[in-house]
Design a protein. Structure first.
Length: 135
């Protein structure tokens, strides 16, 4: 007996959502452990909020394949800055994202040094984009 394709795809999508939610909850739990002093300057609060929104954007939209205008702009800027086409995937059961560079002969997984460089550039681009769009 086989599972119809529709149900199988829905099951995998639900599993993917659960993994993203688990990552998000783990990160929020870690953030709650850190105590913020009572008298925090407004610029510091804004920076914390910008970083929080940028992290949410990375975790929940960029790495899950969402296609909204901000994600498109960040991806285009990354591709323009690093002169390549990149895709991000979370394999089932793994915590770290895998980054692939699209090449003429197919996609190639990046080495750990290349991955660190791409993630750093992606973080800076996302942070700048969120900072520019927040009031």
């Amino acid at each position: 007996m086989s599972i119809p394709s529709f149900y199988f795809r829905n099951m995998l999508l639900q599993y993917d959502r659960q993994l993203v939610t688990a990552r998000r909850l783990a990160r929020l739990k870690a953030e709650l452990r850190e105590r913020m002093p009572a008298a925090v300057p407004t610029e510091t609060k804004r920076r914390i909020m910008v970083e929080h929104v940028a992290r949410e954007l990375l975790d929940n939209l960029l790495f899950t394949g969402s296609d909204n205008p901000v994600v498109r702009e960040v991806r285009q800027e990354l591709n323009r800055t690093l002169h390549g086409e990149y895709s991000f995937r979370y394999p089932p059961g793994e915590v770290d994202v895998r980054i692939f560079r699209e090449e003429p002969d197919g996609s190639r997984e990046l080495t750990s040094e290349e991955r660190k460089h791409i993630l750093a550039a992606l973080w800076e681009i996302t942070l700048a984009k969120v900072d520019a769009t927040m009031l």
